[in-house]
Ligand binder design. Structure first.
Ligand SMILES: Nc1ncnc2c1ncn2[C@@H]1O[C@H](COP(=O)(O)OP(=O)(O)OP(=O)(O)O)[C@@H](O)[C@H]1O
Length: 689
């Protein structure tokens, strides 16, 4: 029986085929897979650059192009006959001598540029790689067949011009070698492309099958006809992970908690989903996949359904958000659901309590959440001795005592009314779990943590009380916590390093955004400011190195005379997008103020444009092809009501500004294709010039 592997390009092409051609092609591929005597057979292609290239006559019109070795056929594409023939003759194939992954390059185009390379080499004495012998180049993974071309290259610009013709695993080390002139730097670029943690064993450059096994981002081996249908029908991210994504999500075991950070669109959520799926299959108990909000957990659950079609396996993963988890644990312990206080009532309680006090209600609320609840302080004595990280105004012992008394009054009022905040619930739930575990451990019984593995998405916004809850909900054991997040996308005030909540995590960083075109990414980085963002990790990194592989349109920033003109401009813009054929579900509009959200919704609804219109907060974690962010005007962004007065607490104000900036950055980086930003009057001070 032949073995079939499918490339992501092939899966994409098959998905795009119109019916009935698609159905007929799929029937033929199934027959090939089943080894049917009258099914398609690989045929040699005359004039192919690689003798292993074969053609499969799938239907009268469509032919498959494959690379064949032994019983394996790696199906690269399905095209009309002429195009398939041209494709088959065009590409060269190899196995990276250093990391053993499969490589494919545009050999025909390279041959076409050869005369130009020769001419420029004749005109210049300089050779870009003159310092490196052939063995050096092979040591950083260069295919020996490409070396004659490299010897003609005179400048970095000439090398960059060849990038589209070379496999990325050839271009990346060469570019590093040209820029940094160091073999170690060149070699390091290759490590990103390894799909396993450990280096592969000896590499046979002629063994295509072994190379395909090492390249799950380029080839999925099909196990049967049902699997074939799934690989073609499911979204690409379900089967084809980029090497770092694959490596991180499918590592056999982690002995310590893991933290993966990376900029917008680097695939953190996909990694979290794949890790959860991996743990469902290979882990040793119930898995919790947890995120920040209820809306996001709904989205995660739907994506996990796509990733794990097997119902029994899917049931091993519970998808939730931290608030819901806390609520459930408290409900179970108390036998009835706790009553939550709403924001208005809480604000009123703080207003009453602060009357006649030195500090404002907002200051006191922050002190409660960021110092008292964050450190789980339960007595005045503990509070008097506590550090107050992130708080800009010092408090002496007398002031602390007064603040503590005020906080106590509010907590007491809440207790009297039988109401609690979500953070209080998280704190109580972690105590409840700790108690259960402690008791059982004391008896020498099994641990009572409800989960064996926890995977956390959007980790940057979790409060220390929530971290304590998660820590208490899973035993200290291998593969306990797998955490993904981006400190630059923080939209709340928590900036806690994991080490401060007892999580000693091994840290990995992702650098390539697969969502953003380079133009939106670099604009976004200017908006956000590339400096380090604190939280999650102790040694905060900036956004240096964060990059995108794809190019696209620059963000369009549009100024208007008035709010009305801005809304009219939005309606025109969205009409255009719909006329371009973009489905309404792939468009989102966001604004900072609830009033603007309401007005935009009305204007768009009246124009028959029913797209998602939401607050900047509501954009967190989502993705759309086209995004419009409106009302990015001075006086709206940052929201003046969300800023602490500078004379009250300058540090808190600086944090507020950073949070508001992060919020705008999050909304703008949801756009995978086009970003439109508008304002009326003066532009927001956050907008890059
Ligand atoms: N392996 C992949 N296959 C297909 N698409 C991918 C892959 N990796 C990333 N992408 C694209 O990049 C997008 C971003 O992935 P994901 O949402 O996991 O990133 P993220 O790092 O969680 O983003 P953010 O932090 O901005 O929410 C995906 O929705 C998808 O469009």
């Amino acid at each position: 029986m032949p073995r079939l592997a499918i490339s992501p390009e092939c899966a994409r092409g098959l998905r795009a085929l119109a019916e009935p051609a698609r159905r007929d092609v799929m029937v033929a591929i199934r027959r090939f897979l089943e080894g049917a005597a009258d099914g398609p057979h690989p045929e040699r292609v005359h004039g192919a650059r690689d003798p292993r290239v074969a053609m499969l006559r799938l239907t009268d019109r469509h032919h498959g192009v494959a690379l064949r070795q032994r019983d394996v056929c790696w199906l690269l594409t399905v095209l009309p006959e002429d195009e398939a023939l041209a494709y088959a003759r065009r590409y060269g194939f190899g196995v990276n001598p250093e990391i053993g992954v499969i490589e494919m390059w545009d050999a025909e185009a390279l041959e076409r540029v050869l005369p130009a390379l020769r001419r420029s080499a004749q005109a210049s004495e300089r050779r870009l790689f003159h310092n490196h012998c052939d063995a050096d180049l092979v040591a950083v993974g260069v295919d020996p067949r490409l070396i004659p071309y490299l010897r003609l290259i005179t400048t970095e610009t000439a090398l960059d011009a060849l990038e589209p013709l070379l496999p990325p695993t050839q271009y990346a080390p060469l570019a590093a070698l040209a820029r940094q002139r160091s073999l170690a730097a060149a070699w390091r670029t290759l490590v990103h492309w390894r799909t396993t943690v450990t280096a592969p064993g000896p590499i046979d450059p002629d063994d295509v099958v072994a190379a395909l096994d090492r390249s799950p981002h380029r080839a999925v081996f099909i196990t049967g006809t049902d699997h074939l249908d799934r690989v073609i029908d499911a979204p690409e991210w379900c089967f084809f992970l980029h090497p770092a994504q694959h490596r991180l999500s499918r590592t056999l075991r982690y002995d310590r908690p893991v933290l993966v950070t990376g900029g917008a669109g680097t695939g953190k959520t996909l990694i979290a989903l794949h890790r959860a799926a991996y743990l469902a299959e290979h882990g040793s108990g119930p898995v919790l996949l947890v995120t920040f909000s209820q809306g996001l957990s709904g989205d995660l659950a739907a994506r996990l359904d796509e990733l794990i079609p097997d119902e029994a396996l899917r049931k091993r993963v519970e998808v939730s958000n931290v608030d819901r988890l806390a609520h459930r644990i408290v409900t179970e312990a108390e036998g009835r659901p706790p009553t939550l206080v709403d924001a208005e009532e809480l604000a009123e309680l703080w207003r009453d309590a602060a009357e006649g006090e030195r500090h404002s209600p907002a200051f006191l609320l922050r002190e409660w959440e960021q110092v008292v609840l964050a450190q789980n302080l339960t007595t005045l004595d503990e509070y008097l001795r506590a550090a107050r990280p992130g708080r800009g105004v010092g408090l002496d012992a007398t002031e602390r005592t007064a603040v503590w008394r005020t906080i106590e009054r509010v907590v007491e009022r809440l207790r009297e009314r039988g109401r609690r905040t979500l953070l209080q619930l998280a704190a109580e739930a972690s105590v409840l779990l700790g108690r259960a575990t402690g008791d059982l451990l004391a008896e020498g019984g099994p641990a009572r943590e409800p989960y064996r593995h926890i995977v956390v998405d959007e980790a940057q916004d979790l409060h220390p009380a929530q971290w304590r809850l998660l820590r208490a909900a899973v035993p200290y054991a291998r593969d306990d916590l797998f955490i993904v997040g981006d400190p630059h996308q923080r939209i709340l005030d928590t900036r806690v390093p994991l080490s401060a909540v007892g999580i000693d995590a091994e840290h990995f960083r992702l650098e390539v955004s697969y969502r953003l075109p380079a133009e939106i990414l670099s604009w976004g980085v200017r908006l956000r400011g590339g400096g380090p963002a604190d939280g999650l990790v102790e040694d905060a990194h900036g956004l240096a190195g964060f990059r995108a592989d794809q190019r696209g349109a620059r963000p369009l920033v549009q100024a208007y005379e008035s709010g009305e003109a801005e809304l009219a401009g939005l309606v025109d813009r969205l009409r255009e997008w719909r006329e371009d054929g973009v489905p309404a579900s792939e468009i989102a509009v966001a604004a900072r103020s609830a009033e603007l959200v309401r007005r935009a919704r009305e204007a768009l609804h009246a124009a028959g444009l029913d797209v998602r219109v939401t607050s900047l907060h509501g954009m967190k974690g989502l993705e759309f092809r086209r995004v419009a962010v409106i009302g990015v005007s001075d006086g709206i962004v940052p929201d003046p009501d969300a800023l602490t007065p500078v004379d009250e607490d300058p540090a808190a104000r600086a944090h507020d500004l950073q949070r508001e900036r992060g919020l705008l950055y999050v909304a703008c980086t949801r756009a995978a294709e086009l970003l439109y930003v508008s304002y009326s009057g003066r532009a927001s001070p956050f907008l890059p010039l």
